[in-house]
Design a protein around this ligand. Structure first.
Ligand SMILES: Nc1ncnc2c1ncn2[C@@H]1O[C@H](COP(=O)(O)OP(=O)(O)OP(=O)(O)O)[C@@H](O)[C@H]1O
Ligand SMILES: [Mg+2]
Length: 587
């Protein structure tokens, strides 16, 4: 599929202006926080730049020991913090959202676009107008005083009466944790509701000590029991409708899907990290829908959050996972999170709405069963589910653009890569914090450092949602940054030919399509931040949607050819590899 023509052009010296674009967009992560935040530091810098004396040298920009002081708007408030903690599916988010709904203004910050969508939809349905703001979407609703956002988009300069930060334990995440820390310290709200794992309570209490906020902790119990089975699955012959097989690589997902489908009794939906979020939702919906023939789910560990999955039984195909360096046993938290998150929603199928399989699972399987494929894995499963999650010890932190910018004024010869590296190696931190893992960001910094663009623009590329491990995605970023530096405008058609997307016929073509989706997603993200220079947002968004549909088309057909002829095929399968009616309508 040659939809992307990724050319490596010679970089010209015709760059966009190198001055700091101080648009003060509150929705720009980390950049927006400069309004008021670090006001004292800014004064120092101003003095430094005007009088050109050495006073700024006295300020230690590498001192990150008091991050609560970066957010003066929040510090002016005496916030009431409510910690809703407990196992998954215990009603934590439900209760926090009730408070948000009844407040005159508020913001929900979630870790995933899916969760932000769900909350915006829910509030709007309850006649509480709510905007949706994610890295790639802005949906404004008339008269809205509420917002549902992804945590990176949290605005730390406005005042709210109520704010919710969901999955707050993610502040311990190596790569994204710093955005949760920023929301925790920086959101200015009378009431701040934090939902998550009890393992985060001591750390949050410690971190918030210098703020003087009032903290109330509310513990929840699991609403539906999670029962570890004494028997392993043993063989895929024992797979039943409603089962979810968990595995840890994309390749393995397709292998297991093929293996189960060849048994001739079940069809599998799949859900994994690099599928577009909309596709994940639709795969989940298909699995949840009792009238669909896709009655088994094969999923990776990256998926639980944000999806309502009506699963009767979780089966770990393995209890080992490759962590980038070696194969290792799953940790207690991983086992609990996978088992717990995937089984969310089970007990409420009856209570809340007829969610797809209501009646089928809601009434037949009110208890979540967990087991392993192999008998040898059962002891680790049982011991992990019995143990409490280890206490979180540190929260992520990452220097704001302001700090990087001011530091760069003192070291004008250093590129962004060197500055970030210097921060990583020399930043002073208190014991409650760690510096985010920015390996991926450093890779981007190395790419953009050679381009004649401002530090601010480089920083934008660095924090963009590019997947540098994905070759097409990283080439896409390089191309965008080079074209931007060269011409100041990036037309999508120069590197992407609309109309060339096709239903993938092989798994590698599928992977390529997933990567193309990522590049288009990146274009949309950049178009919200560099609007004039990335003018083809609509085209990128529509092509992105087509990618999603084509991927789904592949997923629905995959495995059918091997089914016995007697089995009733869904009508779209007979169309060979032509597009389904639904897809044709969109293309
Ligand atoms: N009191 C309630 N009345 C009706 N529905 C409820 C109630 N409490 C929770 N639910 C529903 O139960 C499901 C699980 O609740 P919720 O999402 O709040 O759990 P959670 O503890 O936040 O789980 P997780 O840790 O997975 O995020 C949701 O569908 C929610 O709407
Ligand atoms: Mg929740």
């Amino acid at each position: 599929m040659a939809a992307f023509l990724l050319r490596h052009r010679q970089v010209s010296t015709l760059g966009v202006s190198g001055i700091l674009k101080d648009k003060l967009d509150p929705c720009r992560p980390h950049v927006g926080s400069r309004l008021g935040a670090l006001a004292g530091v800014c004064n120092l810098l101003r003095e430094y730049s005007t009088s050109n004396d050495n006073r700024a040298h006295k300020f230690d920009f590498l001192d990150l020991t008091c991050p609560h002081a970066w957010y003066p708007v929040a510090r002016r408030k005496n916030r009431k913090i409510f910690l809703h903690v407990g196992p998954t599916n215990s009603g934590k988010t439900y209760h926090a959202l009730k408070q948000l709904e009844s407040s005159p203004s508020g913001v929900y910050c979630g870790p995933l676009r899916l969760l932000a969508w769900e909350v915006a939809k829910r509030l709007n349905k309850a006649n509480v107008p709510c905007d949706l703001i994610t890295g790639q979407e802005r949906e404004a609703v008339n008269g809205a005083k509420h917002k549902a956002v992804t945590v990176e988009m949290a605005d730390v300069t406005s005042n709210y009466s109520c704010a919710v930060v969901d999955e707050i334990q993610m502040l311990g995440c190596m790569t994204r944790g710093f955005s949760f820390t920023r929301a925790l310290l920086g959101i200015s709200a009378d009431e701040l509701h934090l939902c998550g794992d009890p393992a985060a309570v001591p750390l949050i209490q410690e971190i918030l000590k210098p703020t003087g906020d009032d903290i109330h902790v509310q513990y929840y119990e699991r609403l539906s029991p999670l029962v570890p089975s004494q028997k392993p699955l043993g063989s895929f012959k024992n797979i039943q409708t409603g089962d979810c097989i968990v595995t840890f690589s994309r390749r393995e997902i397709y292998k297991l899907k093929g293996q189960i489908q060849r048994g001739g009794k079940h069809l599998c939906s799949v859900v994994y990290g690099s599928l577009p979020p909309e596709t994940r939702t639709r795969q989940a919906t298909m699995f949840n829908d009792a009238s669909s023939e896709f009655d088994v789910l094969v999923a990776s560990d990256a998926i639980g959050m944000g999806l309502n999955l009506n699963i009767s039984r979780i089966i770990f195909s393995t209890m080992k996972k490759f962590d980038g360096v070696e194969m290792r046993d799953l940790t207690i938290s991983e086992v609990k999170q996978i088992a717990g998150t995937l089984l969310r929603g089970i007990s409420f199928v009856k209570l809340v709405t007829p969610l797809g399989r209501a009646g089928r699972y809601g009434s037949d399987f009110p208890v979540g069963e967990v087991t392993c494929l192999h008998v040898d894995d059962l002891p680790l499963l049982h011991s992990s589910l019995k143990s409490p999650s280890p206490i979180l010890e540190c929260a992520g932190l990452f220097p704001t653009f302001d700090l990087i910018f001011m530091y760069s004024r003192l070291h004008p010869k250093k590129g962004l890569y060197r500055i970030m590296e210097h921060f990583l190696e020399n930043a002073k931190l208190s014991e409650n914090y760690f510096i985010a893992n920015c390996e991926e960001m450093l890779k981007v910094a190395a790419v953009v450092d050679v381009l004649p663009i401002s530090l601010h623009d480089k920083y934008l590329f660095v924090i963009s949602p590019v997947d540098m491990r994905d070759e097409i995605s990283s080439q896409g970023l390089t191309q965008f940054a080079q074209n931007y530096a060269q011409k100041g405008i990036v037309r999508l058609k120069e590197i992407f030919t609309p109309g060339t997307l096709q239903v993938p016929k092989t798994e590698s073509a599928l992977k390529e399509l997933e990567s193309i989706h990522k590049v288009l997603d990146l274009y949309v993200w950049l178009s919200f931040r560099l609007e004039d220079s990335f003018p083809d947002r609509e085209l990128a968004a529509s092509q992105k949607a087509i990618c999603g549909l084509l991927i789904e088309e592949f997923l629905e057909r995959f495995g059918w050819q091997k089914q016995p002829k007697t089995r009733k095929l869904p009508s779209r399968v007979n169309s060979g590899f032509l597009l389904s009616k639904e897809t044709r309508q969109h293309v």
